[in-house]
Design a protein around this ligand. Structure first.
Ligand code: 3EB
Length: 342
């Protein structure tokens, strides 16, 4: 996307970034055990209670190449430029309400927001909520989340499958509400599936009564401004978890899945290894003491093109020791000339 770039920043870098791109920050997600001091009132800011493994706080910052317009509707904080809309909100799950119902309400709100704003194509969604592997009302909370998400797609006339599923991830936070942020476009992206894996929306029932509504990756934009969103990726082949209990082998399998997605995206017209493209990764580890091992494997696989942040989280299947998400593209929001030269 011409008008979309990602940075992972520490608090000092965030202040400098905001000063450098006034009016162009689409949104900020802060990760850490403590709510970060709000660096600006000008951009949507959301916080996820999740330990960062090699720092106190990390900010994921989405920046536009052009000025953004801000809105707040039905509790969703959003910003938009000509092509992309960023939104974030906290979906509470009040005592007595199931996660299915809270998720259904949340997704209904997202689709209403996108439809009315005119950015109907959901590209990428991040979800964080506590106790993701805990059983509640007889259903694991991640499975309940999948029921609510699925039912909202159906209720809003978005059939789940290749044309409608966004790239996504869902991770267990330490506390708090369901935190959701997303990117949506005026134009549809190209969904990418992984030939090594069963599409998640075709998972058999053993993984829950409704299958997860997400695509393995989503390719958006054109030319040098393409971006590839890689969903949460783990040690799954077909639909089965591989290498239970072995973090090194799970990492190797996960990296093979990411490689497979880059190859698939290449056949769909994406070239990850040209221009100034970088691979931004968020690596979620179940066990913090696996940090140095996993970090070495990730660096060996992608070398200087990758930049990764390491977080501690519960993954959507209790037998997965890690999950990696990625964004591949140019690190800079394309500067748009303010005036034609005369
Ligand atoms: C989601 O939105 C994505 O089933 O292969 C993360 C990592 C997720 C792996 C998988 C699912 C998987 O539900 C969650």
């Amino acid at each position: 996307m011409a008008s979309l770039a990602l940075s992972y920043l520490n608090p000092g870098e965030l202040a400098a970034h905001i000063a450098h791109y006034p009016g162009q920050v689409l949104g900020i997600a802060g990760f850490g055990r403590k709510p970060p001091a709000a660096p600006t009132a000008d951009s949507p800011l959301i916080w996820v209670d999740m330990p960062v493994l090699d720092a106190d706080t990390v900010f994921e910052v989405w920046t536009s190449g052009t000025p953004v317009v801000r809105a707040s509707e039905a509790g969703i904080e959003s910003t938009r430029n000509a092509e992309v809309l960023y939104g974030c909100f906290e979906a509470p799950q009040p005592p007595g309400e199931s996660i299915e119902s809270a998720t259904f309400r949340a997704y209904t709100k997202i689709f209403d927001c996108l439809n009315s704003a005119g950015y109907p194509h959901l590209w990428r969604v991040w979800h964080y909520f506590p106790h993701i592997n805990t059983t509640e009302n007889g259903l694991e909370r991640y499975h309940g989340f999948n029921v609510g998400r699925h039912d909202a797609f159906v209720a809003k006339g978005r059939m789940i499958g290749e044309q409608n599923a966004p790239a996504a991830c869902a991770l267990g936070s330490r506390s708090g509400p369901i935190v959701i942020y997303f990117l949506a476009g005026r134009q549809a992206g190209i969904p990418i599936e992984n030939p090594r894996q069963t599409s998640a929306y075709h998972y058999p029932e053993q993984y829950g009564p409704r299958s997860p509504a997400f695509a393995r990756a989503m390719l958006v934009g054109a030319g040098r401004d393409q971006k590839l969103f890689i969903s949460g990726t783990a040690s799954i082949v077909g639909h089965a978890t591989r290498h239970t209990g072995d973090v090194a082998e799970q990492t190797r399998e996960t990296l093979a899945n990411i490689r497979a997605l880059l190859t698939q995206a290449k056949s769909a017209g994406f070239d990850a290894f040209t221009q100034d493209h970088r691979l931004f990764l968020k690596v979620y580890l179940h066990q913090p003491d696996s940090l140095s091992l996993v970090r070495a494997q990730v660096a060996a696989e992608f070398g200087a093109m990758q930049q990764a942040v390491y977080l501690q989280a519960d993954v959507c299947r209790a037998d997965l020791l890690l999950e990696i998400e990625g964004v591949c593209g140019s690190p800079n929001p394309s500067p748009v000339p303010l005036k034609a030269s005369t």
